[in-house]
Design a protein around this ligand. Structure first.
Ligand SMILES: [Zn+2]
Length: 61
C-alpha cells in the first residue's frame, strides 16, 4: 500500500460528529468544529481514559 500516502481525497464523506452528532467539517474531521474536537480530546485525557487505565491496573486476572 505504498501509493496510499499520495492518494488525494478532495472530498470526504461527512460523518456525524462524535460529540454532538452534527455533520463533520473537513477542517476538523471527524468533528463538526474545533470545539468538539477539543472536548473529545479533553475527555480522553482527563476523564474516561484515566479511569480505564486505573481499571486495567486493577485487573483481577
Ligand atoms: Zn460537534
Amino acid at each position: 500500500m505504498t501509493a496510499n500516502a499520495n492518494k488525494v481525497e478532495p472530498l470526504r464523506k461527512p460523518v456525524q460528529c462524535p460529540n454532538c452528532g452534527k455533520n463533520s467539517q473537513r477542517d476538523t474531521y471527524p468533528f463538526c468544529c474545533k470545539r468538539c474536537a477539543d472536548v473529545d480530546l479533553n475527555r480522553w485525557f482527563g476523564g474516561s481514559y484515566a479511569i480505564a487505565t486505573s481499571q486495567s491496573q486493577d485487573d483481577e486476572m
